[in-house]
Design a protein around this ligand. Structure first.
Ligand code: ATR
Length: 277
């Protein structure tokens, strides 16, 4: 055992907006763990050098955010299956043998948030309809497939990105036209917005929910605002809605556990801490 205080952090550029330091340092304090979690703005050209230096400085691992998620995966020595499938890493562990272990916990965070917000939800209940085909969508689609969804309907403004996910992830996925996106939710048990539409400063996410079953569980990865117009519309249609904040919180728990030795709890107080301005 070493008596060094473990360090972790988040590497991105820009990184000032990241909620991770607030969250991880809140958990460190709550559980009385000696450790620090630091935001680090690192240029793309410096990423390799930074990842080599950090373990020598006492870092046990880092989160990785935009624009480094893909490159961090390539620079790692050991990669989990889910990170390889998604093609991006968000959690790195600096192992004692000098190797970098890369994981992607976004899909885990997505599923845990759904399970907490809609305890009756199961992936196998019926088709899942996923809007968007960016990085977040890849994690969501992989998680839904792994959790037992039998059919995943996918649509994206830029259709080629949705087609690329289908080509990589396989036959469970059907690509729909963005303009007919409303058709996707007919009979869907799970509906997910992974686009950035609806986020503060972005246009609203508008889709016809006429075909939506009240049995559907509807979630939005956008968490600012917490209750998007899309979620309000789904709630008015009688659906169970789950906001996106929990995904942000749950995706952080595997890293915290690996670095600091305790699986942190995601509860109302955690949500309140993160929502504080
Ligand atoms: P993330 O990692 O958060 O998924 P991203 O890879 O930039 O970020 O993807 C953003 C998603 O929001 C994409 O599905 C994007 O659609 P395109 O692939 O067509 O760009 C979607 N998106 C962003 N702005 C949009 C808009 N104005 N209309 C429709 N879709 C939009």
């Amino acid at each position: 055992m070493t008596d060094k205080i473990p360090l972790a952090g988040v590497i991105g550029s820009p990184v000032a907006h990241s909620k991770s330091p607030k969250l991880q340092n809140y958990w460190l304090k709550k559980y009385g763990i000696a450790g620090y979690y630091i935001p680090m703005d690192v240029a793309q050209s410096d990423l390799k050098e930074a990842l080599q230096a950090l373990p020598k400085l006492g870092f046990v691992g880092v989160n990785v955010t935009i624009p480094h998620k893909e490159q961090a995966l390539k620079l790692s020595d050991v990669v989990t299956d889910r990170a390889a499938l998604i093609g991006a890493a968000n959690t790195l562990i600096f192992r004692k043998d000098g190797k970098i272990h890369a994981d992607n916990t976004d899909g885990y965070g997505f599923l845990e948030n759904l399970r907490q917000g809609a305890p009756h939800w199961v992936a196998s209940a019926g088709p899942a309809a996923v809007f968007g085909a960016g990085g977040a969508s890849r994690a969501v689609v992989a998680a839904l497939a792994e959790a037992g969804a039998t059919e995943i309907r996918l649509t994206n403004r830029t259709r080629a990105r949705a087609e690329a996910i289908r080509a990589e992830f396989g036959p469970k996925i059907t690509v729909y036209d963005w303009v007919q996106a409303g058709d996707m939710i007919d009979g869907a048990a799970t509906v997910v917005n992974t686009t950035s539409l609806g986020m503060v400063g972005k246009p609203e996410f508008k889709v016809s929910l006429a075909a939506l079953s009240p049995d559907a569980v509807v979630t939005d990865l956008v968490y600012a605002p917490l209750r998007t117009a899309f979620l309000e519309q789904a709630e008015a249609a009688g659906c169970t809605i789950v906001d996106g904040l929990g995904m942000l919180l749950f995706q952080a728990t595997p890293g915290f556990e690996r670095w600091f030795g305790k699986r942190p709890e995601v509860d109302e107080e955690t949500r309140a801490v993160i929502l504080e301005p």
